[in-house]
Design a protein around this ligand. Structure first.
Ligand SMILES: Nc1ncnc2c1ncn2[C@@H]1O[C@H](COP(=O)(O)OP(=O)(O)O)[C@@H](O)[C@H]1O
Ligand SMILES: [Mg+2]
Length: 225
C-alpha cells in the first residue's frame, strides 16, 4: 500500500500542527516516534482521513483522502490509543458485527468472520462478554479484531501499547507482529519498532529523521532524550 503525503499542512487557529509534510510510505512495517505533542497522532490520522490537511494532500493507493474518503476508509483501519473510544456496543460480538453489517449481510458469514478474527488474536472466548468487563489488554485486542473484520489492507495504530502492563503489551506486540497487513505504528515502545522496516521521528510538526530503526532510534535518543 502506497501512502503519499504532499506538502501536507495541518493548522489550527492557534498553531501549525504539521508543517508541510512530504513523504512516501510503502514499507510493510513503519514506526513513528517523537515527543508528546510533536504531531504523531495528527500524522497518523491523516492516513485514513480522520484529519484532513489544511493544505497539500494525502493519497492512499492514489486515492485522495479528501475526495475518496469512503474508499480510503475501506483500505485503512485505525486502532486508537484508548480503546474506550472504539468499543461502543455492550457485547463484544455486537461491537464487531456493527461495521460488518453492510459488508457481510449474511448473519452466519458475519458471525464466522467475527469468531475467526477473535480466535486469531487469542480472545475467541470473549465473543459474548460484556464489553465493560474487559481488561485493558483484552480491550485493545478486541478493538484490533473489530478493525480486522473489516479486512483493511493497512492498519494504523496510535500508541497501541501505552496503557498496557508488560504481559498485555507482549500480547499486543505479538498480535501486531503476526498480522499479514501493512502497518503504521505510532509508539513510545521503542523495542516494538526495532525490527520494523522504517522509522520516522516526528518533532515540532515535521519529520526530523527518516531511517532504519537502528539509525532513527539513535537519532531520537540523542536529540529528544
Ligand atoms: N484539533 C486540534 N485543535 C487544536 N490543537 C490541536 C488539535 N489537534 C492537535 N492539536 C495540537 O497539536 C499538537 C500535536 O498533537 P498530536 O498530533 O496529538 O501530537 P502527538 O500525538 O505527537 O502527541 C499538540 O500540541 C496538540 O495539542
Ligand atoms: Mg498522540
Amino acid at each position: 500500500m502506497l501512502i503519499e503525503f504532499d506538502q501536507a499542512v495541518v493548522s489550527t487557529p492557534q498553531a501549525e500542527v504539521l508543517r508541510g509534510v512530504s513523504v512516501s510510505l510503502a514499507e510493510r512495517r513503519i514506526g513513528i516516534v517523537g515527543p508528546n505533542g510533536a504531531g504523531k497522532s495528527t500524522l497518523a490520522r491523516l492516513v485514513n482521513g480522520l484529519v484532513m490537511p489544511s493544505s497539500g494532500s494525502v493519497r492512499v493507493d492514489g486515492l485522495d483522502t479528501r475526495q475518496d474518503l469512503k474508499a480510503v476508509r475501506a483500505r485503512v483501519g485505525f486502532v486508537f490509543q484508548n480503546p474506550e473510544n472504539q468499543i461502543v456496543f455492550p457485547i463484544v460480538r455486537e461491537d464487531l458485527a456493527f461495521g460488518l453489517k453492510r459488508l457481510a449481510p449474511d448473519r452466519q458469514q458475519r458471525e464466522a468472520r467475527i469468531d475467526s478474527q477473535l480466535a486469531r488474536l487469542g480472545v475467541g472466548h470473549l465473543a459474548d462478554r460484556s464489553s465493560h468487563t474487559l481488561s485493558g489488554g483484552e480491550r485493545q485486542l478486541v478493538a484490533l479484531a473489530a478493525v480486522l473484520v473489516m479486512e483493511p489492507a493497512l492498519i494504523v495504530f496510535d500508541e497501541p501499547t501505552t496503557q498496557l502492563d508488560l504481559r498485555n503489551r507482549n500480547r499486543v506486540r505479538a498480535a501486531i507482529d503476526g498480522l499479514p497487513h501493512d502497518a503504521i505504528v505510532v509508539s513510545h515502545d521503542l523495542e516494538l519498532l526495532e525490527d520494523f522496516d522504517r522509522v520516522l521521528v516526528v518533532r515540532d510538526g515535521a519529520i526530523a529523521a527518516d531511517d532504519t530503526p537502528a539509525a532513527a532510534l539513535r537519532w531520537y535518543r540523542e536529540h529528544c532524550g
